[in-house]
Each structure stands twice: as structure tokens, then as C-alpha cells.
Design a protein around this ligand. Structure first.
Ligand code: GLA
Length: 405
């Protein structure tokens, strides 16, 4: 009798403990992001760096613009500073041919995309392109829906190294299915192609995209303003506030993407652009410049090519930094780096300068720890300090240091 009771109890427990699959999920056809056999492509172990045509040129692009930019990437020192991908965004397309193959707009790209990719590769850079998971791109050009494998093969034949894949005109399409399909198509080409998802955070890709792509947009489009809503786009600090809480989801090969840089496009001051660039580095964001590289000012160049800030962005640990305290307009951010170092950002959102400080205890260091403090914008060592560091931070500005035990 006790034996029977024990057996019944075991059966009951087994029934209760069985992992519940919702009725409508067929375990043989799991959503792509839950498929345990699916793996990422091993690319982008640090956040991708490069340039994209959209923020500055929108649809006014041509092979000349892209070639000039590639030349300027080399001559300005951007390439040497780590910027690698030259990405053509929307509006490069012509029509599909009678077999369904996508072509380039022959007026703007008379020599075709392959010749342009070759030109970029010859300069030691990599080449990226843009498409969309729907029937049309956001600029109304042909999308890749129904042509995924065909387009991926075309891109690979052209020498594409990076694909940004947008989300306009997708109707009722399922985002996981749509992005996984293009990821499969890219993988089937056998070429290394960084995959950039651009569904604006609308279906929370940070929860499912790590096995599908290398970066995913977390927000609506950025615009070249300090803050606020401007049509469907957001100012820089509003983008920051949406992306910051997602820090647990970033890591080598899979990054939160708070959109491309506006540094140098003229809508913010250099102080504000320094904040923009520093915040992107703290957030381990892709550093995709969006300005006219061939015509940038020395001030812009100094921001985009601050190698000490870039090194924070590219830190091999791949941990996204976060805000650890907020008092009025003042914020303290920390990012854990390799070798026990920490990057610390003091950020002043206010309209007047303010003194901000950080205690070692807020950073998981012992208060008595003696740390070397390196100023990343002043490019100088501030000496060894214990307990805390403080700085006078300009309006809309930052102070950024690396602390080394
Ligand atoms: C969307 C994307 C932008 C850009 C445009 C192009 O708005 O979010 O980054 O690619 O489309 O039309």
C-alpha cells in the first residue's frame, strides 16, 4: 500500500513538473530563437565600427559619394582608428530584373554595386548594404520578402560583408521568422556577413535575436538633436534612456544598437557630440559614423577618432555599461572593462556646469583601493586616487575616465 501511494505520488509529481509547452507550439518546429541548434555566426566580437550613408545623405546617394567617403575614411585616419564597414543605406536599388534579381539604380551607380564593393575592398575596408524584410524598404524601394535566398546570393556575389535589414512594409510578418530566414540565407552563402537587425525595438529583439544577428536596433530613429521627439525620430538623450536599461542583453557577437552616430552633422555642439560619443562607448554600441567624412571639421575628427574612448567601446569583455546613479541632472555611469578596470562617465544633462563625483564603493572597489585615473578627453593621467573622483562637468557635457587598480 505505501509502495502504491509512493508510485502514485511520483507519477503526480512527474505530471506537474513536466515543462509546459503552450498548446500552439509544436516542439518539432520551435521558433527560430528557441532552437537549441541555432548559433550565431561568430562575427562582431566587438561592436561593429564603420560609416553609413543615411544620417547625412538619406536618399541622395551615388557611387561617387560612397567612393569619396571610402577615400576619406582612409585619408582622415578613420580606418586606422578602427572604422571598417562602409555601408550604403536605403535607396541604392533599381528594379528587380525579369528573373527577380535585384539591380542597382543605374543612374546613381552606373558601374554597379560589385565595382563599388571592389573599390572599397581595395582600400582595406569592408562593404555593407541595406535591405528590408517587407515588400518595400522604408524609402519605397524593393524589399527582400520572398527573395531572401536570391538576394543573399546576390549580395555575396557582390562582396557584401554587412547587411542592415529594415522592417518597413512587413504587414503581419513575424519578426523572429523573418529575420531568422534572412540569417539562414546569409549563412547559406558561406560568406562572413555581419547581420544588423533594424526593427526599431518593436518586438524586443534583445530577447530573441542573439542567435540570429550581430546587432539589433533598440529604438526609433535617432535625429541630430539633443532631446525630444521629432516626427518619428528621437533626440540623442531620449535614445540613451531607451537603450540604457537593456545592458544585460549585450555581449560579444550580439549588441544593442541605439542607432548610428550624428557626430558632425551640425545639430548639436561639440560638447554635446562628445557626450553622444562617450555614451555610445559606455553602452558598447556599434560606432557607425553618419556624417560627411570627406568634409568633417577638425573638431568632429577629434571626437570620432578619440582612440581612448574607442578603446572603451571596443573592450574585449563586451559588457555594456550602465547608469548607477542619478541626481537631478547629474548622472554617474560605469562600464566594467578587462583586467579589473572600469570606465566611469560623469554626465551633466543640465544647462549649467555642475560638480559630480563617484565613490569607489559605488564601483565595487574597496574605499581604500588606490586607483590610477586616466582622463580620456583630456588625454592625461590625473594620478592615483583613493576613495573617490570628482570633476566639474560642463552643461550638456561629460567627464570620462578609466580607473586602473
Ligand atoms: C528606417 C531605419 C533608418 C533608415 C531608413 C531608410 O527608418 O530605421 O535607419 O535605414 O529606414 O529608409
Amino acid at each position: 500500500m505505501p509502495l502504491l501511494r509512493a508510485a502514485l505520488l511520483t507519477l503526480l509529481l512527474a505530471l506537474i513538473a513536466r515543462p509546459a509547452l503552450a498548446d500552439d507550439i509544436d516542439p518539432n518546429r520551435l521558433p527560430p530563437s528557441l532552437d537549441p541548434a541555432r548559433h550565431a555566426n561568430g562575427l562582431a566580437l566587438t561592436p561593429p565600427m564603420g560609416w553609413n550613408s543615411w544620417n547625412r545623405f538619406a536618399c541622395n546617394i551615388s557611387e561617387q559619394t560612397i567612393r569619396d567617403t571610402a577615400d576619406a575614411m582612409v585619408s582622415s585616419g578613420m580606418k586606422a582608428a578602427g572604422y571598417q564597414y562602409v555601408v550604403i543605406d536605403d535607396c541604392w536599388h533599381g528594379a528587380r530584373d525579369d528573373k527577380g534579381f535585384i539591380t542597382a539604380n543605374a543612374k546613381a551607380f552606373p558601374h554597379g554595386i560589385k565595382a563599388l564593393a571592389d573599390y572599397i575592398h581595395t582600400r582595406g575596408l569592408k562593404f555593407g548594404i541595406y535591405s528590408d524584410a517587407g515588400s518595400k524598404t522604408c524609402g519605397g524601394r524593393p524589399g527582400s520578402q520572398g527573395h531572401e535566398f536570391q538576394d543573399a546570393q546576390t549580395y555575396a556575389g557582390w562582396g557584401v560583408d554587412y547587411l542592415k535589414y529594415d522592417w518597413c512594409s512587413t504587414g503581419s510578418r513575424d519578426s523572429q521568422e523573418a529575420y531568422a530566414l534572412m540569417a539562414d540565407a546569409l549563412r547559406a552563402t558561406g560568406r562572413d556577413i555581419v547581420f544588423s537587425l533594424c526593427e526599431w525595438g518593436s518586438t524586443r529583439p534583445w530577447l530573441w535575436a542573439a542567435k540570429i544577428g550581430n546587432l539589433w536596433r533598440t529604438t526609433p530613429d535617432i535625429t541630430d538633436k539633443w532631446s525630444g521627439k521629432h516626427g518619428y525620430a528621437l533626440g540623442m538623450t531620449d535614445i540613451v534612456d531607451l537603450n540604457e536599461p537593456l545592458w544585460p542583453f549585450a555581449g560579444p557577437g550580439h549588441w544593442n544598437d541605439p542607432d548610428m552616430l550624428e557626430v558632425g552633422n551640425g545639430g548639436m555642439t561639440d560638447t554635446e557630440y562628445r557626450s553622444h560619443f562617450s555614451l555610445w562607448a559606455m553602452m558598447a554600441a556599434p560606432l557607425i559614423a553618419g556624417n560627411d567624412i570627406a568634409a568633417m571639421t577638425p573638431g568632429t575628427a577629434a571626437i570620432l577618432m578619440n582612440r581612448e574612448v574607442i578603446a572603451v567601446d571596443q573592450d574585449a569583455l563586451g559588457r555594456q555599461g550602465r547608469r548607477i546613479s542619478r541626481q537631478g541632472d547629474g548622472e554617474v555611469w560605469v562600464r566594467t572593462l578587462t583586467d579589473g578596470r572600469r570606465a566611469v562617465l560623469l554626465f551633466n544633462r543640465g544647462d549649467a556646469p555642475m560638480r559630480l563625483s563617484v565613490d569607489w564603493s559605488q564601483l565595487d572597489y574597496k574605499p581604500a583601493a588606490v586607483l590610477s585615473v586616466r582622463d580620456l578627453w583630456g588625454h592625461r593621467d590625473l594620478g592615483k586616487m583613493s576613495k573617490s573622483w570628482s570633476a566639474q562637468v560642463p552643461a550638456h557635457g561629460v567627464s570620462m575616465v578609466v580607473l586602473t587598480p
